[in-house]
Write a protein that binds this ligand. Structure first.
Ligand SMILES: *Cc1c(COP(=O)(O)O)cnc(C)c1O
Length: 674
């Protein structure tokens, strides 16, 4: 290709299975290759979750969003792999963000990778050839029966101009329970995959009249009972574009989940298309922009974002074509009301929206949340409330009541979808009535029946996003019930405050609410028997920040040292250096019992004692339990020693060593023993 002269990049959408037997795009000048990895052993799942893939030439590697593997070395010089640049989506400079990827499809990527590992190179080639050969057989049979194929070259998909009546073909297809794609130009389409059998080919030929024989993340309990339905074939093996009357179970589930989420949030309509919180942010802001444009207010493009916001907020605003204006945060971690007023006044002509998180990312309930919403509305803007912290609100207060217009709900946080090491997730958005006509649509499946609607377009390829994981949230809500959900939020807040109280004598708690009150809603989903509005000061919300920064000076100890030491006590470290660099953020949720909360607090208090030993000279500041590795009883054993983070970020490309490296120790052993 000669695009190099024009300084143009060439992208290529492709299919992984086909690439097993085709020339790789990188070998004929393509710069970026992308596609879906569903083909690698993941069920159709009525549209998702599935991992996409995205591969680039070496010169573009550092511009890629998301996480990458880098090679580094541990304290013993051993070669190890780690996620490089791993905190980019949270630490990126607010106004410089170009990617909003946070929760993605990590678990699905692992599934696809396992598919590759399991089958190996020859196995994959075999599968790809088998699929292609079956397609060749079908194509030959179709041609012999007098049908015309649109393309001479194909891998697994045929577009067919029928030589006979299309209605008759479709009738026969329904008799054999096969859905064919109907193109708008009247052609029919069929795609084969590795599940194809001889009987399927026979059925297809009969149908055509041929002779036969031719994602601080809320992480909580994910109960087995919620997860089981994912494995049922009725949820797993259904294509997202089947006629809606063949997916009535899914449709009922969407309707019921929408009704419950509306009741929980105070919104009027839900779109299930976004696959993550960040995608929800983008969809919500795009809906706001579409709404403002429809009112003729094209000039409104300023988005106010407090400095405490999650990194995806500014990145999504940027992608939605808005101009970001940061708002200061006060010493309690809340929005600086004075600065907000000044910013609103300065930008009132062009104000599109504010993005605000409640309770805030600093772990406090903004005391004047409804006043903030009023202020924005008074000046013609819309309120995007980041719903990632719904775990502190469900059953207690509703964004729709205190003045928000749109929110995403991280179903993989509050509503029990497991994190899967970073995905799959679901970030449906709830909106007030006036924004409903601007929610995402779909080109194949009609989602909106209202004639007056003018949707913003399509957010994901599947009409209801990662449909197959929605039964998890549905089951959680149904099994908890209104009272249970409210109780969970109360326990989550109680647990955080209990831990903050136990730890406050040993560590500084960074932010607390000045008055300790939260917005109180009255609504029917939850039976209110008590009135909750604690008016004492000094409470946190459902999470809190421990300040470990002072120990750098006094003991040469940083947050990362505390985090690693926690492994010796059998704990995975909590969120580190976010939202404030050099601190630890702790969110217990309602899932852990008191004994476990105490075990964690005891560990943290012990670690504080160890830090004191260094501060007071009883332990060396370079060689102590927080630096190298020691061995108490009953501990979790990492397979490597302390790793070099900086070296890892500088050696991005995974120079996967050749197989011989793995082989040689055994080969040597063999030689030695023979
Ligand atoms: C997790 C989170 C997000 C991003 O959601 P993803 O599902 O990871 O994309 C946005 N805002 C806040 C406050 C979050 O905690």
């Amino acid at each position: 290709m000669e695009t190099a002269d024009l300084q143009t990049l060439v992208c290529c959408a492709t299919d992984l299975l086909a690439l097993c037997i085709l020339k790789p795009p990188g070998e004929f000048g393509v710069d970026v290759a992308l596609g879906s990895s569903q083909r690698f052993g993941v069920p159709l799942c009525y549209g998702g979750p599935h991992a996409a893939f995205f591969a680039v030439k070496e010169n573009l590697v550092r511009m890629m969003p998301g996480r990458m593997v880098g090679v580094t070395r541990d304290a013993n010089g051993k070669e190890v792999y780690r996620l490089a640049l791993q905190t980019r989506e949270q630490h990126i400079r607010r106004d410089k963000a170009t990617s909003n990827i946070c929760t993605a499809q990590a678990l699905l990527a692992n599934m696809a990778a396992m598919f590759g590992v399991y089958h190996g190179a020859n196995g994959l080639k075999h599968i790809a050839r088998r699929v292609h050969n079956a397609t060749l057989i079908l194509a030959e049979g179709l041609k012999r029966a007098g049908h015309k194929l649109q393309h001479d070259l194909f891998f697994d998909t045929l577009k067919i101009q029928c030589g006979c009546g299309i209605q008759e073909v479709l009738h026969r297809a329904s008799q054999r329970q096969i859905n064919l794609r109907i193109y708008t130009d009247g052609a029919l389409g069929v795609s084969l995959d590795e599940t194809i059998t001889e009987k399927d080919l026979d059925d297809l030929l009969w149908i055509f009249g041929c002779e036969s024989s031719a994602g601080s993340c809320t992480m909580k309990l994910n109960s087995s009972s919620e997860l089981m339905p994912i494995t049922w074939k009725e949820f797993a093996n259904i294509h997202p574009f089947v006629p809606v009357d063949q997916a009535q179970g899914y449709q009922q589930l969407f309707r019921e989940l929408e009704k419950d989420l509306c009741e929980i949030t105070g919104y009027d309509k839900i779109s299930f298309q976004p696959n993550s919180g960040a995608q929800g942010e983008y969809a919500g802001l795009a809906a706001i922009k579409a709404y403002l444009n429809a009112k003729g207010e094209w000039q409104r493009s300023v988005c106010l974002i407090p400095k405490s916001a999650h990194g995806t907020n500014p990145a999504s605003a940027q992608m939605a074509g808005m101009k970001i204006q940061p708002v200061e945060v006060d010493k309690n971690g809340s929005i600086d009301a004075g600065h907000l007023k000044a910013m609103v006044d300065k930008h009132k002509e062009n104000l599109a929206a504010i993005m605000i998180t409640y309770p805030s990312t600093n772990g406090v309930f903004e005391e004047d949340i409804s006043d903030v919403c009023d202020l924005i509305h008074k000046h013609g803007g819309q309120v995007y409330l980041d719903g990632a912290n719904m775990n502190a609100q469900v059953g207690l207060c509703r964004p729709g009541d205190y003045g928000s217009d749109v929110s995403h709900l991280n179903l993989h946080k509050t509503f029990c979808i497991p994190h899967g090491g970073g995905g799959p997730g679901m970030g449906p958005i709830g909106v007030k009535k006036h924004l409903a006509p601007f929610l995402p649509s779909h080109p194949v499946i009609a989602l909106q029946h209202d004639k007056a609607s003018s949707p913003l377009g399509t957010i994901s390829a599947a009409p209801w996003g990662s449909s197959a994981i929605l039964p998890i949230s549905w089951a959680y809500i149904k099994m908890m019930g209104g009272k249970g959900l409210k109780h969970a939020s109360e326990i989550a807040i109680l647990n955080a405050n209990y831990m903050a109280k136990r730890l406050e004598k040993h560590y500084k708690i960074l932010f607390r609410g000045a008055k300790g009150k939260y917005y109180h809603s009255e609504f029917s989903f939850v039976q209110h028997d008590t009135v909750h509005s604690a008016t004492h000061s000094g409470y946190v919300a459902h999470e809190f920040i421990l300040d470990t920064r002072p120990f750098k000076k006094t003991a040469n100890i940083e947050a990362v040292d505390v985090a690693k030491r926690l492994q010796d006590y059998g704990f995975h470290a909590p969120t580190m250096s976010w939202p404030v660099a050099g601190t630890l953020m702790i969110e217990p949720t309602e899932s852990e019992d008191k004994a476990e909360l105490d075990r964690f607090c005891d560990a943290m208090i012990n670690i504080r004692q160890e830090i004191a030993d260094i501060e007071e000279g009883r332990m060396d500041s370079r060689i102590n339990p927080l630096k190298p590795f020691v061995k108490p009883e009953n501990k979790f054993w990492p397979t490597i020693a302390r790793i070099d983070d900086i070296y890892g970020d500088q050696h991005l490309v995974c120079t996967c060593p050749p197989m011989e490296v793995y082989e040689s120790p055994f080969a040597e052993q063999k030689r030695a023993s023979s």
